[in-house]
Ligand binder design. Structure first.
Ligand code: GLV
Ligand code: MN
Ligand code: MN
Length: 416
């Protein structure tokens, strides 16, 4: 039969099966409030990874794992050596995570493969469903997709630690997730990722699908503030070198920097540790994170400058030492024009109204986009809520996003 690369055709998707897969996956790390706490490389994450690999093998895929635990489940194509069409996302979650952030992208990929099997369709290119390790960056700072894309050295990701001091590599080994595939050693024809929007626009517009044209720039910092411990009763206020009050002024300054860059500049302090954390000792040191995002390079640079200025202002008080360490910096990205158009066409072929949309969230695709043609499809989530146990999406919207994903992947993989 002729190779029909390039033209999207609709593929029947099993909405109920897709929904059931989400509900079953969400049991791993399930929280009493109905969310999921499945932080990277924990026993809960290990169970989710095993479940995905079982399902993928049952769907006829061969499974390989790379040196940072990224899982590649491959449905062979007629041409074994052709660069594959890749889709996937992550299985780890935030501490107060939901059932869909990340899991949807992996399970939508699985549903595409299952649907191709049901329809007995062979493709020319192989298809890879990938579960990228630690996208959330909540337990460990660096993600498997960034390592795959060469943005983080292997030694840097291996040596990063969680708050308890556990090294990434040790956690990886402990759950048996360190594979023998070299990290980054794979070329994709194209990369697609399905994800919940994590914002309110699709719901507001009454649409089930958004075609993502690009994503925000982001700078992540670690800040350490050092003062001096002292007695909470005897040390006069004007002699104190309190690291926490200095950090508190900086935290408020971060909020103001976000507000000074409307409508889309955002700045968040999400993690903070105080030492010695004792009721009657003046805090001697504080560490905290800053997450800075803006849709443009200029906006990002202006916000980054404002952060340096706020630190200088605090230093000028002469009470503390402050180190502002840039963990990483990502410029805003545009997804691949041809793949974006293919997704729009696929939505059209499937009879699903869609709109273009820009992502202020980070995704595995943001790391992969500079390396290979990449694009994303969004579906709505209730009230735009995410990184929250109440995160919710409908079976019908999840299925619509998967239909669009499947049509585009099939076009790219080439039906034989
Ligand atoms: C990931 O969820 C991010 O946008 O930080
Ligand atoms: Mn995500
Ligand atoms: Mn997330």
């Amino acid at each position: 039969m002729a190779d029909r690369v390039g033209k999207p055709t609709a593929l029947p998707i099993d909405m109920d099966r897709l929904w059931r897969s989400h509900m079953e996956m969400a049991r791993h790390g399930a929280t009493p409030k109905g969310g999921v706490n499945r932080q990277a490389l924990t026993p809960e994450d290990a169970a989710a990874r095993e479940l995905f690999m079982d399902w993928a093998r049952n769907a006829g895929c061969t499974v390989q794992i790379d040196a940072v635990g990224n899982i590649f489940a491959r449905r062979p194509g007629r041409d074994h050596d052709a660069p594959s069409v890749c889709t996937g996302s992550h299985l780890d979650t935030q501490p107060t995570g939901g059932k869909f952030d990340g899991a949807y992208g992996v399970l939508a990929g699985l549903e595409v493969v299952r649907a191709l099997n049901d329809a007995a369709i062979e493709t020319r290119r192989p298809i890879d469903i990938v579960a990228w390790t630690n996208e959330e960056g909540t337990r460990f700072a660096h993600s498997g997709s960034a390592a795959f894309a060469g943005l983080v050295d292997l030694s840097r990701i291996y040596d990063c630690t969680d708050r308890a001091g556990t090294r990434f590599e040790d956690a990886l080994t402990a759950i048996g997730a360190k594979g023998d595939l070299a990290c980054g050693d794979r070329v994709f024809d194209s990369v697609f990722e399905a994800h919940i929007e994590q914002g309110p626009l699709l719901e507001r517009d009454g649409l089930s699908v958004g075609i993502v044209t690009g994503a925000r720039g982001q700078v992540r910092y670690d800040v350490s503030v050092t003062g001096m411990e002292g007695h909470a009763g005897t040390m006069p206020m004007d002699m104190r070198r309190d690291a926490l009050t200095a950090a508190a002024r900086l935290v408020v300054a971060m909020e103001e920097i976000g507000r000074r860059h409307p409508p889309q500049g955002v700045c968040t302090v999400g993690a903070l540790t105080v030492a010695p954390n004792s009721r009657n000792t003046i805090p001697g040191s504080v560490r905290f994170s800053i997450d800075l995002r803006h849709p443009t390079s200029e906006g990002l640079a202006s916000m980054a400058q404002a952060i340096s200025d706020a630190v200088q202002e605090e230093l000028a008080r002469g009470r503390t030492a402050i180190e502002l360490h840039v963990l990483d910096r990502e410029e805003p990205i545009q997804f691949d024009d041809a793949l974006v158009q293919l997704l729009r066409d696929s939505a059209g072929i499937c009879g699903i109204p869609s709109r273009d949309i820009f992502s202020m969230a980070g995704h595995d695709s943001c790391y992969l986009a500079p390396k290979q043609p990449t694009a994303m499809v969004f579906v709505p989530c209730r009230d735009g809520l995410s990184h929250n146990e109440l995160e919710s999406a409908t079976a019908s919207d999840l299925a619509d996003g998967t239909r669009v994903l499947a049509a585009a992947m099939l076009a790219r993989a080439g039906r034989v």
